[in-house]
Design a protein around this ligand. Sequence first.
Ligand SMILES: CC(C)(COP(=O)(O)OP(=O)(O)OC[C@H]1O[C@@H](n2cnc3c(N)ncnc32)[C@H](O)[C@@H]1OP(=O)(O)O)[C@@H](O)C(=O)NCCC(=O)NCCS
Length: 181
Amino acid sequence: MTWQVQPLPTRGPLFEGAIAVYAEAFAEPPYSDPDRGKEIRKRLRDVHSLRRGFRAFVAIEDGKHVVGMTYGYCGAPGQWWHDTVAAELPRASAWAWLSRSYELVELAVEPRCQGQGIGSALIECLLHGREEDTCVLSTRTDSRAHHLYQRLGFEIVTTMRFVRDGAAFYIMGKRLTAGRE
Ligand SMILES: CC(C)(COP(=O)(O)OP(=O)(O)OC[C@H]1O[C@@H](n2cnc3c(N)ncnc32)[C@H](O)[C@@H]1OP(=O)(O)O)[C@@H](O)C(=O)NCCC(=O)NCCS
């Protein structure tokens, strides 16, 4: 299988392909959420793509078929995820991890294509040349995704629930300043 990474437009066949891959990946355990694909289309296009630093990529197989997607933007006060995580952390830790942060918001690879390096390549493209101090994200503790993030230099900042009695998530962060000082 040959694949390549390229920027994701916010309309057209590549965009629809990315939404389909996202829906498929999150329909699998532990997320098992078939509706997640419906929610992301509008949020990505109408809210997230307008945020500062928005960047999105797809991995494409054989020049046309989307097999992976990712996007992110700069974290800022007033954003739900940013404020919810900041409230959970001691003040110094919130400052260190979130004050100049880039958020890896979504990452998904088509289930039949997982484990071949596509997720890693998408993250590398997303973070290439970013000038923020940190990259931050959340991932369910019962998913295997944190192995990938740890391999790429992320550490666990804390464990928390976004919803009472809901799933537990690792908040993970990577310092992007290495080699810059
Ligand atoms: C997490 C995900 C994007 C990884 O993509 P990928 O292309 O399989 O990633 P890579 O091949 O670059 O790396 C594989 C790593 O991911 C981890 N992983 C997570 N789920 C995996 C799966 N279903 N199959 C294989 N590896 C998986 C492995 O532990 C592996 O880590 P290792 O290489 O250190 O052993 C993909 O598994 C996925 O879409 N999962 C469902 C959605 C999800 O969890 N998204 C992230 C939410 S924060």
